[in-house]
Design a binder for this molecule. Structure first.
Ligand code: ZN
Length: 306
């Protein structure tokens, strides 16, 4: 754990899903990053290799969309175990291909709030969700992940279900909250939007979530949020949590599930923001949608030259 959150800060990888798109993979509307495991494993592996060469130490495997309730509607429920194992295997193969020592690296199993067709109203009820997350977590642990990344958390009850599913495995946890500016009320307020569509202030959500969390190896993170929102959210998080935290922001805009790559910030802009956060005490920095190997490599270079 100390190695995971030590000084100097640990570098995480960037996006996997938008990198698949950048490399020309056809975008399936239903669980498309999961489809990549079936047909384009070589590309998934090559993305991991690029992040390894860029200097990332923590790598999130491509298991974001591999819970039973995501795979079942697209007819892939029977492939669940194979796909989750494959997401870890592809990372291990990438490590072998680069000749790096696996012991100095961290493979994080992504477990997320992603739902079939990106339609959150299709998420099952909490008892079934708990079973599905437990099932996925069990396969990922068996396949060799070193920690979990719980991703795109926005709703307290859903987050607590995910925590209940993964806590018994005893691995470190990245608790990845996704935030936005309050569109209706106070424009400077950072909020998360609950499953029923209600906005709640990040401070309130954190208070409730961290108050219920018994896990001693938890690393709260702001992820899949725009850089300016991430900046404000980290300020709130650091006020409420006096221990290592992580940040892996988004950059760029989506339209119809497709990333507009021209709107993604430059590697230099990403590195500038990340270095500010590191100076404020953030222990793990990486990127989410839009952020690729060039961004991570730029940040690494800047950290080395400091
Ligand atoms: Zn993202």
């Amino acid at each position: 754990m100390q190695m995971l959150t030590g000084d100097p800060p640990n570098l995480m990888d960037g996006a996997l899903g938008t990198e698949l798109e950048r490399r020309g993979l056809p975008i399936e509307e239903q669980g498309w990053s999961a489809m990549a495991l079936q047909q384009h494993g070589v590309i998934v592996q090559s993305i991991h290799e690029d992040y390894l060469r860029a200097g990332s130490v923590i790598h999130i495997v491509n298991s974001f969309a591999l819970a039973r309730h995501v795979l079942k509607p697209v007819g892939l429920a029977e492939r669940l175990e194979w796909m989750n194992r494959q997401s870890v295997n592809l990372f291990d193969r990438a490590v072998s291909a680069t000749g790096l020592d696996r012991n100095g690296l961290w493979a994080a199993g992504s477990i997320s709030t992603f739902s079939a067709n990106s339609d959150r109203s299709k998420l099952p009820k909490s008892r079934e969700l708990l079973k599905n997350y437990q099932e996925q977590a069990g396969v990922l642990v068996d396949a060799g992940v070193d920690l979990f990344a719980l991703e795109m958390l926005f709703d307290v009850d859903l987050s607590l279900t995910m925590l209940e599913a993964v806590e018994p495995f005893g691995l470190p946890l990245i608790l990845g909250l996704t935030c936005e500016w309050d569109r209706e009320g106070n424009k400077d307020q950072v909020v998360t939007r609950s499953l029923d569509g209600v906005s709640r202030s990040l401070g309130e959500v954190l208070n409730e979530l961290l108050g219920c969390c018994r896990h001693h190896k938890i690393i709260p993170a702001i992820m899949h949020s725009d850089i300016d929102v991430t900046h404000a959210a980290l300020g709130i998080l650091r006020q409420q949590f006096n221990a290592p935290v992580a940040a892996y922001p988004n950059s760029g805009s989506f339209s119809n599930l497709r990333m507009n790559f021209d709107s993604v910030c430059s590697p230099r802009e990403f590195a500038n923001a990340s270095i500010d956060w590191i100076q404020e005490g953030v222990s793990i920095v990486g990127g989410c949608c839009g952020i690729g190997p060039k961004h991570i490599a730029e940040l690494r270079t800047r950290l080395i030259s400091k």
